[in-house]
Design a protein around this ligand. Structure first.
Ligand SMILES: Cc1cc2nc3c(=O)[nH]c(=O)nc-3n(C[C@H](O)[C@H](O)[C@H](O)COP(=O)(O)O)c2cc1C
Length: 273
C-alpha cells in the first residue's frame, strides 16, 4: 500500500472518541508523537509561536473537567493537551537579544492561533496512527481565561484548543460530512441557490435529526422547545444560542486585550516617543 493510501485510510478511520480505557499513554510514546507533530507542522515564519500543556495530574484534570463544562472525557482520558497561541517565549528571546518587540497585537494572536490549530491536528493524526483516540474540546474558548489561569499562562499566551487523548473504549459510527462538492469552489465562490442548499444539507438534516431524536433527553428537550428542524436546533438554547456566542466573543476580546494581544496606541511604533 502506498503511503498516500495509508493517510487516506487514517483520515477515513477518524471519529471523535469520548470514552477511554484506564490505560495510560506512556510518556515516551507521547513525546515521540509530539516531536513528530512539531517536525511535520508548518509554522508561520517558523517562529513556532505555540505551546502545548500536557495534563496528567488528576487534581488538575478535575479542575479542567469543571472548566470544560463537566464533559466526562476530560476525566476519563489519561492525557489532556491544551494548545496555546504563545508569543511569550519568542518575545522574551527578542528582549534577550536586544531586538524590537512585536507580535503583541491581533495579527500576532491570529498567526499563533492558526499555528496552534495546525499543530493540534498533527498531534491528533499522530495519536490516531498509533491506535489512540482523540476529541477536541471547544469549551476551551468559553473558559479561555480560567484555563489560562489554571495552567499559569504568561502574557501573550492564551489557550485556543484542547484535545483529550487515550485508548478508545468505544467504537462510534463514522459521522458524515457535507458533500465535498459544496465545500470546493472552482476558481471563484459559488453562491448556492435554495435548491442547491436543500440538496447540500439533505443528508445532514435527516441523519442529524434522527441521531438527536434517538437520545431520549434531547428528544424531550427538542419537543419541549417546539423545535421542528435541525437548523432550528443548532441555534436553540439547547445547542448554540446566539447570545452565548456574543458573550463569549466579548469575553475573548477582553482577554486578548488583557493578555497584550490588542494593540494600544502606546505600543504602536509610530506613536512611541
Ligand atoms: C474545534 C472543535 C471543538 C470541538 N469541541 C467538542 C466538545 O467540546 N465536545 C465534544 O463532545 N466534541 C467536540 N468536538 C468534536 C466534534 O463534535 C466532532 O468532530 C464532529 O461532531 C464530527 O465528528 P467526528 O469527529 O467523530 O467525525 C469538537 C471538534 C472541533 C474541531
Amino acid at each position: 500500500m502506498s503511503e498516500n493510501a495509508d493517510i487516506s485510510k487514517l483520515l477515513w478511520a477518524h471519529r471523535s472518541i469520548r470514552s477511554f480505557t484506564s490505560e495510560d499513554i506512556a510518556p515516551e510514546l507521547l513525546n515521540s508523537i509530539l516531536t513528530d507533530a512539531v517536525a511535520g507542522s508548518s509554522s508561520s515564519g517558523n517562529l513556532n509561536s505555540v505551546s502545548m500543556v500536557v495534563t496528567r495530574n488528576s487534581e488538575r484534570k478535575q479542575k479542567l473537567f469543571e472548566l470544560h463544562f463537566g464533559q466526562p472525557m476530560v476525566l476519563e482520558a489519561p492525557v489532556v493537551i491544551t494548545f496555546c497561541a504563545d508569543w511569550y517565549r519568542t518575545r522574551q528571546w527578542l528582549k534577550l537579544r536586544g531586538a524590537r518587540d512585536n507580535f503583541n497585537n491581533f495579527l500576532g494572536y491570529h498567526v499563533a492561533a492558526f499555528d496552534a490549530m495546525i499543530l493540534s491536528q498533527s498531534v491528533c493524526l499522530g495519536l490516531e496512527a498509533k491506535g489512540m483516540g482523540i476529541c477536541y474540546m471547544g469549551s476551551t474558548l468559553s473558559s479561555m481565561r480560567e484555563i489560562g489561569e489554571l495552567l499559569n499562562l504568561p502574557e501573550t499566551c492564551v489557550p485556543v484548543t484542547t484535545i483529550v487523548a487515550g485508548w478508545p473504549a468505544e467504537n462510534p459510527a463514522k459521522r458524515d460530512r457535507l458533500p465535498v462538492s459544496a465545500l470546493v469552489h472552482e476558481e471563484t465562490y459559488h453562491y448556492p441557490d435554495d435548491r442547491e442548499l436543500a440538496e447540500i444539507f439533505e443528508s445532514r438534516e435527516r441523519k442529524g435529526w434522527e441521531r438527536y431524536m434517538s437520545i431520549p433527553e434531547l428528544k424531550a428537550e427538542i419537543e419541549k422547545r417546539g423545535i421542528t428542524s435541525l437548523a432550528q436546533f443548532y441555534t436553540s438554547d439547547a445547542k448554540y444560542p446566539p447570545e452565548t456566542f456574543v458573550e463569549d466573543s466579548l469575553r475573548i476580546i477582553e482577554l486578548l486585550n488583557e493578555k497584550g494581544f490588542l494593540p494600544s496606541t502606546s505600543n504602536h511604533p509610530s506613536r512611541s516617543a
